[in-house]
Design a protein around this ligand. Structure first.
Ligand SMILES: [Zn+2]
Ligand SMILES: [Zn+2]
Length: 478
């Protein structure tokens, strides 16, 4: 059972609001802070991704999108909610996901629905629903979005988490498996995260029963050493025993029969060919005979990407495999497929741990500071003109004093600040201050956009500047 941990909550902040008069009905306004009232919180396993964290998300999502497009994947967006039966059929009834991790509910129309726990089932459903089999194969799709699993929140694992998923549907060639692994390897290299690719084959309908039998025989002999979950799983899904994280089961696994010794010839050929491509492409990998993945739909190739310092694969950064039978299971024609999923939360945690440097955030080049009401109006119009001229511009029109505006400009790291004060309004001019050089000069207002564009294009030391003795505060003098 899940242990309930007490969340530390910050004290509700008393909002500072002006007193609100009670209405004629005598009811008090509900914006009034109530003593002891608890402020609303996110539910367990769900979290906000605040602006300060967005740089990581933007960077990772951009890299995922770029690598997907480079390798010929097209973006697709699928519903977050699907029929519960889709996941029962696709993921498998005897899996952790379907048995205990799904966010399922019955809607007003008495349909059983589920928040998607993984992206592949929906992809397969969409491929069948839209008749993609009639188009040139393979169909290559990628998506980025939230998934939901009722699991114990821990390192990098939330109940709402995000995945980048890539699927190749309609191609059984081992180069497809190898390409997905190559993509993942390239991606983690770009991100600067050292990883270890774990690879295994779990056979198909032909050879899996043989292996199952060997596995059953082995584990039956050690029944007493199994954990409760594994004992229950033994009859239904003995492969999952290899995946168990319990100490005792992990120890038992070391001597368990290995799948590679039981693969049928086509499965063995596929596996060997795939490994050869990885060798040829210089993609380093580790043969991991215990890797099975927790979903029923996998056949043949399975793989995970672990952080290089994570020897037990407690938190895989990415994983995937082939699912050649899934589309037929869902009622389609037999259609081979292979896919990969990457856990964005886990990867971002790793990026933070390793202090991966992020590309500089897009920032404004120009700040417009204004003083007095007429200047503010002119500044707002100038802001629009600059924006239309593709100048990245920022401003804070609600501020009055020059000092807070100049502070903000400095904080934003802009190259130039345009200052419009009362004097400039009268003279039809504006001051342009070079923030780095600390110099400023006055220009004809009509020429400001041209001058700014010119300065930004040059990005060189400004030629026609004379140091001003005046402080930037000068225009404030009324
Ligand atoms: Zn176990
Ligand atoms: Zn086989």
């Amino acid at each position: 059972m899940e242990k309930k941990t007490k969340m530390k909550t910050s004290k509700p902040q008393k909002a500072k609001r002006p007193a609100v008069a009670t209405s004629s009905t005598g009811a008090t306004d509900d914006t009034q802070p109530t003593k002891g009232k608890r402020l609303p919180q996110t539910i367990r396993g769900f979290r906000d991704i605040l602006p300060e964290e967005q740089a990581y998300w933007r960077y990772l999502a951009t890299e995922c999108e770029q690598i997907s497009e480079v390798y010929g994947f097209q973006p697709i967006t699928l519903p977050i909610v699907e029929a519960t039966s889709l996941f029962e059929r696709a993921v498998g009834k005897v899996t952790d996901i379907v048995e205990k991790e799904m966010f399922s509910f019955t809607n007003q129309g008495n349909e059983s629905l589920t928040l998607r726990p993984e992206p592949t089932a929906g992809m397969a459903r969409a491929y069948l629903q839209h008749g993609l089999i009639n188009q040139p194969q393979p169909v290559k799709w990628y998506t980025i979005g939230p998934m939901f699993r009722y699991q114990r929140p821990q390192y990098g694992r939330q109940r709402q988490f995000h995945q980048w998923g890539c699927e190749v549907i309609g191609d059984n060639h081992p180069t497809m498996d190898a390409t997905l692994m190559l993509m993942a390897t390239n991606l983690f290299q770009t991100l600067g995260l050292p990883t270890a690719l774990q690879v295994n084959s779990i056979g198909d309908k032909e050879c899996r029963p043989v292996y199952r039998k060997a596995l059953l025989e082995y584990y039956r002999g050690h029944r007493k050493e199994l954990c409760e979950d594994c004992e229950r799983r033994l009859g239904k899904n003995p492969l999952r025993l290899l995946d168990c994280k319990e100490e005792g089961c992990r120890a038992l696994r070391a001597d368990a029969p290995q799948f590679v010794d039981h693969l049928c010839t086509p499965c063995r050929d596929h596996f060997m060919a795939m490994l050869e491509y990885l060798d040829d492409l210089d993609v380093p990998y580790v043969l991991n005979p215990h890797l099975v993945r927790g979903l029923d739909y996998y056949t043949r190739t399975v793989f995970e990407v672990w952080a290089a310092d994570d020897e037990s694969g407690k938190t895989a950064l990415a994983g995937g495999g082939r699912y050649d039978d899934l589309l037929a299971e869902l009622g389609g024609r037999p259609t081979p497929a292979v896919g990969i999923g990457l856990g964005m939360e886990t990867v971002i945690l790793k990026m933070k741990e390793r202090e991966v440097s992020l590309p500089p955030a897009p920032r404004a080049d120009v700040f417009i500071a204004q003083l007095s009401q007429p200047a503010r109006k002119k500044a707002m119009l100038l802001f629009e003109e600059l924006r239309k001229s593709n100048v990245r511009v920022s401003a804070s029109f609600s501020k009055d004093g020059l000092k807070p505006q100049m502070e903000m400009a400095a904080r934003l790291g802009v190259r130039y600040t345009i200052i419009i004060g009362q004097k400039e309004i009268v003279d039809h001019t504006a001051i342009v201050r070079d923030m780095e050089a600390g110099m400023q000069e006055t220009f004809d207002f009509k020429k400001i956009i041209n001058i700014i564009q010119h300065k930004l294009e040059e990005e060189a030391p400004i030629i026609h500047t004379e140091p001003l003795n005046q402080k930037p505060e000068e225009p404030t003098v009324v």
